[in-house]
Write a protein that binds this ligand. Structure first.
Ligand SMILES: [Zn+2]
Length: 207
């Protein structure tokens, strides 16, 4: 079906290039948009135009923000001396949803992944080290909240060694902790994989 008007075909192609969207869905979305009022289309287009141009990375934690410093770093009610290190902004959003964390964040924008030639310098580890040095003796805790998979564990282990060396050389006192991963609620031990069960055992609590 190549007789579609060019703008419609272009839109279908653009949708199809997005992750998780096949040709059928791309067509359905494009035809849907063709039938909505022009002012809604304008707002949609404006949102796309503004997406990158009006989105900055926070100068402190690299969270996304419209300002220079994100609202979490600006919040004086939050503990600025407890830093939770996550791989992506989406991870920050999930931790925020728990409403149980009152510290701040540092986003790495990736993970150490030797198989794909991604080393510590390819993610925002140097920026984290700089921040820690700047924060100095006020810093209380670094929580390593990278994913419990091979790359996330590699990143956490690298950071643990790096930060412990940094503590010694700069005479800093902060704690380095790792999220305790264990068995999900409702799971049965029988179905837990080796890694999950190992971590659950390692992180067992007194009861
Ligand atoms: Zn921030």
């Amino acid at each position: 079906m190549n007789n579609l008007p060019q703008p419609l075909q272009e839109l279908i192609d653009q949708f199809e290039a997005l992750p998780g969207i096949g040709r059928k869905t791309a067509k359905r979305l494009a035809f849907y948009l063709l039938n909505i009022p022009q002012d809604r289309l304008n707002r949609f287009a404006q949102a796309l135009r503004d997406l990158k141009s009006k989105t900055n990375k926070c100068k402190i934690c690299f969270n996304l923000t419209e300002e220079e410093i994100c609202s979490i770093c600006q919040d004086s009610q939050r503990n600025q001396n407890q830093i939770c290190v996550v791989e992506e902004v989406l991870d920050l959003l999930v931790v925020e949803q728990t409403r149980n964390y009152n510290g701040v964040y540092h986003i790495l924008y990736g993970r150490i992944d030797p198989l794909n030639s991604l080393g510590p310098e390819d993610i925002l580890i140097p920026q984290l080290v700089k921040r820690i040095i700047k924060q100095g003796s006020k810093l209380e805790e670094i929580i390593l909240a990278t994913n419990p998979n091979m790359e996330g564990e590699t990143t956490a282990m690298y950071l643990r060694n790096k930060l412990n060396k940094l503590k010694k050389s700069k005479n800093l006192k902060f704690k380095v902790t790792r999220l305790a991963y264990g068995l999900p609620m409702g799971a049965s031990i029988e179905y837990a994989d080796y890694g999950t069960l190992t971590r659950a055992l390692e992180n067992r609590d007194s009861f």
